[in-house]
Design a protein around this ligand. Structure first.
Ligand code: IVH
Length: 669
């Protein structure tokens, strides 16, 4: 076995090597989580063997020294890092330590802020004028990147009402998700390698020798604190002062007293993480009172008054074992990555989409590659690309199949849509995917008819196409006698099917599984055509008139309607008793000029339904509270949106009051 000294030496070398790969070469070979593990192991070993601790250990410094490309500058106050907490228990021990040091019986007031996932910089202002911007570097000195920072529109070069003398403002340079998408699209079009995530793109962008290159990356900056200078006596006061001085700060930060309040905020942020316009990797928790912060002080690595509560990483590295091909409901055949299972975005992932053949070719993914897997929010896990440095020689390119992996029909390649397609309408995989989609929550919402059940009914011949779902009643006894089934669950399933016959038109149109007709388009179609009879006779000219529908979708719908099998499908559904009720038609202007935000748990309506009603009566439904919001409907467990509404003095009502309003809108009250 290795001696602790050997292991420590090994870990230091490894961590230094990864620091260099990450910070200087911008091509990490391991995930953040793996890096954290190495780092934690070294911290633990050094703590257990204090005689082996050295001042040049990577645990004693932050990040990596500046590259020689840039002039370097000393930070006025060292830029330290933060300790991490990976769960409530670790947060509680942080809070215990704070209270112990402060000898406080009472709960502590913290400011909880988003932990922006980018690169930190220090901006030095002299008498209110920006004179220098410096990267974090090794914490004591960094690279001067002033011209690059000047490309970021939200960084003021002249502060409003700044105090005289030096002021050092610290914050994070980020690339928004939207900028990431558009910059990557441009890079792919230009035949360049796409960035793997916004953080690498931002930190690389910050360190371009030519500021014009930085400008192309459309970076943003969010301040989170001060190096030198005094603006207020609390962290909250500092952030507010920075906003007044001209920074475009975020208003997500929240004052929380005690750990339970912090945990509530953390859960709320984690739930919103995927919908934020930029990436975050956790929440930073800071003792709000700057006087108390001074009492707490620093260790060599970071402040005792703050901690980073980290979320599960959204990207991880793993091995691509194999590529399989999956037939979707429209016959499109897509590559699926079969992976060495890996923990990412909070769950174990062993399969991920590779999107389509063209994407796979562009990314040059090969069997046996180490790949980057991403899972953000509810989005299906995807393979971002290979880590080329880790490719083993002879890694095989992936061949496109010539025949359907299920029914063996020769596949056709659609030039227009970069897709491979199985043209056989009877292909069992296609029927399976169609029925699963048809019964899914956002379509006909048939509870109890999930993937496993559909598969079983197809195998038994109870389901052969979509209309056959409404004839399952005939197989009641056989279904009830199936393993894992019974009278009760069968009755429940049949009740759910009966209920589904009354789904609104937009859901039925979405459930049909027409290519390019997503939920939003289905709603537009339902609003304009009003009935299934009108829809089934729609012409291209009428379809293209529908706002939001472009030529590609219009012609796809037209061809779909022209196919006799599809008209028969509609007949079959109507015969099966499907009576789509017209959806919330534009029926008045009760909410005209109003912007309504729903937050917390709704009990009577789904969020979608409630928003539809607002739109049907001429209003707008928004997902976040701003000055433009006129009404907030808050259910139980409402979080930061409710706080913000209260702060802004916006009217807040509960769901029951919203129902009353709807009655008035419909003229029923
Ligand atoms: S405060 C003494 N606040 O996270 C260090 N940092 O893991 C004080 N970060 O180096 C840092 N969002 O680059 C702070 N709201 C926030 C932050 C934040 C992102 C970054 C920052 C820091 C790193 C620590």
């Amino acid at each position: 076995m290795n001696s602790p000294a050997d292991r420590i030496a090994f870990l230091r070398d490894e961590i230094n090597r990864h620091n260099r790969l990450y910070h200087l070469l911008e091509s990490p070979e391991i995930s953040d989580t793996e890096y954290d593990h190495l780092f934690q192991e070294l911290v633990a070993l050094e703590a257990a063997h204090p005689e082996l601790a050295t001042s040049d250990s990577p645990t004693q410094r932050v990040g990596f020294g500046p590259s020689e490309k840039f002039e370097s500058a000393q930070h006025l106050v060292p830029m330290l890092s933060l300790d991490n907490a990976f769960g409530e228990e670790e947060l509680r021990s942080f809070d215990d330590r704070v209270r112990r040091v402060l000898e406080s019986e009472n709960e502590i007031e913290y400011l909880a802020e988003l932990k922006f996932d980018g690169a930190s910089v220090s901006l030095v202002f002299e008498n209110g004028r920006l004179v220098r911007a410096v990267t974090r570097g090794d914490g004591s000195s960094g690279e001067v990147v002033t011209p690059n920072i000047l490309t970021i529109g939200s960084v003021p070069t002249q502060l409003n009402n700044a105090p005289a003398g030096l002021l050092e403002i610290r914050g994070e340079v980020l690339m928004s998700k939207a900028a990431f998408e558009s910059v990557n699209a441009q890079r792919i079009a230009a035949g360049e390698q796409a960035f793997v995530n916004p953080r690498n793109a931002a930190s690389g962008g910050l360190r371009q020798l030519d500021a014009k290159e930085t400008a192309k990356r459309k970076l943003s900056f969010f301040p989170y604190g001060l190096g030198t200078g005094v603006l207020a006596d609390s962290q909250f006061g500092v952030l507010s002062a920075l906003n007044r001085m001209g920074f475009e700060g975020r208003d997500d930060a929240k004052l929380c007293t005690g750990v339970s309040a912090l945990m509530e905020f953390i859960a709320d942020v984690e739930a919103r993480r995927a919908t934020l316009p930029f990436g975050i990797d956790g929440v930073v928790i800071k003792v709000n009172d700057l006087g108390l912060q001074r009492q707490l002080g620093f260790t060599s690595r970071g402040p005792r008054w703050a901690i980073a509560y980290k979320f599960a990483a959204e990207q991880a590295f793993t091995t691509l074992r194999e590529v399989s091909w999956q037939v979707g409901r429209t016959g499109v055949v897509t590559p699926v990555a079969e992976l060495e299972p890996v923990f990412v975005g909070g769950v174990m992932v062993s399969r991920a989409t590779l999107h389509n053949l063209e994407d796979l070719r562009k990314k040059d993914v090969r069997v046996g590659d180490t790949v980057i897997v991403q899972r953000a929010g509810d989005v299906i896990p995807e393979v971002i690309g290979p880590v080329l440095e880790k490719r083993i020689s002879g890694a095989a390119e992936i061949d496109a199949p010539a025949h359907c992996p299920d029914c063996e029909t020769a596949l056709v390649k659609e030039e227009r849509f970069v897709a491979l397609r199985c043209p056989n309408k009877e292909c069992p995989s296609q029927i399976l995917a169609k029925v699963i989609h048809f019964a899914s929550r956002k379509a006909m919402d048939i509870e109890g008819l999930g993937e496993k059940q559909v598969q079983r009914f197809l195998e038994l011949g109870f389901i052969t196409d979509l209309p056959s779902v409404f004839r399952l009643e005939r197989h009641r006894e056989q279904i009830a006698s199936l393993e894992g089934s019974g009278e009760k669950s069968t009755q429940k399933l049949l009740d759910a099917i009966a209920e589904a016959r009354l789904r609104p038109l937009d859901r039925v149109l979405f459930a049909l599984g027409i290519r390019f007709v997503g939920e939003r388009t289905a709603k537009d179609l339902a609003r304009v055509f009003g009935s299934i009879e009108n829809f089934r006779q729609a012409t291209y000219a009428q379809l293209i008139e529908v706002p939001e529908i472009g030529p590609r979708t219009a012609s796809e719908i037209e061809s779909w309607l022209e196919e006799p099998v599809n008209q028969e499908l509609i007949d079959g559904l109507l015969e099966g008793g499907v009576t789509p009720i017209a959806s919330a038609e534009p029926s008045g202007d009760f909410f005209a000029g109003k912007t309504v935000v729903f937050t917390g748990k709704l009990e009577v309506f789904t969020r979608d339904q409630a928003e539809d009603w607002v739109r049907a009566f001429g209003g707008k439904a928004a997902s976040s509270v701003s000055k433009a919001t006129t009404l907030v409907v808050a259910g139980p467990n409402a979080g930061s949106k409710l706080d913000k509404a209260t702060q802004l003095g916006i009217e807040v009502i509960d769901e029951a009051a919203f129902e009353e309003l709807l009655k008035q809108a419909r003229g029923e009250a």
